[in-house]
Design a protein around this ligand. Sequence first.
Ligand code: ZN
Length: 310
Amino acid sequence: MKNTAALRANTGKSRLFALGGFLGFASMLLLAAQSAFAAGPEANEDSGVFEVEKVRDDVSVILGGNGNGGHAGVVEFDDGLVLIDSMMEASRDRLLNTLREISKKPVKALINTHDHPDHIGSDAYLQGQGALVVASSSAEFEDEFAWQGIGENGKLPQYGDSIALYVVGSHSPSDLFVFLPESNVLFVGDTLSNAWYPANFHRGIRGQVEAMDLALNLIDEQSVVVPGHGFLTDRQGVQAYRESCLAWSARIMQLHHQGLQLADIIKDPELEKIRWKFNPRLVDRDRFDHFHGRLVENTIKAETAAAEEG
Ligand SMILES: [Zn+2]
């Protein structure tokens, strides 16, 4: 960032791949992330590196999926890299190999969008290598290591105006938005999904809408929005996702309050139309079908819990 020499060097070294196509994705469900994709032929274990989508001169996204965890953002500064999320623990070698292809600079800081295992797998390791690890102060880590908790919206002093952090609670209690105002890139973690069902397990639709409204306040038509899984998107994508979430929750809860059981709710033709809005590129249709009931059930639980909390 703000370092033209570094940017020139970076352009030559980066291994870039075509946009679009099937990216694969790891589910927000750890269960699925661990089992369904763990050993498929799509894992490309022989290649040793992940696909990288270059978003700006100094911002790249290492694409996760196929059991490797969520995407990881890489922001290049004069003195080193800032990583956003660190994938699954088992994917560490490929992550480190891919980082080296992007830049030889050290990872100076690692910011977590939330504390789920498919986003924090190399946190303790990188902290041991000298990186400052930053997460929402609501985060919980199994590993013991030093990290900096963020309790309210703000900036990291050492990065000036280049990084802004926002405390959010939608997908989990520990959601953090990472916004790069100078690059106009927003990392929203798993609060937005466009190749999977909405996973607003914390505070239900209310938390979801608040999160998307915050995102819409931060971004403009030129922004790039990076979800934890699925496809990089933009302001229009956030708006469409927000509307689909409202329709999804409203329809499920309407049927639930009418007394319908899960087996009947998932057969509802209107809900059938709504659910495909969350997977417009028809990623892994069989699996998407398979988890429909589970995600409807999760939505009912999340909405019921949120209503009880008032
Ligand atoms: Zn998650």
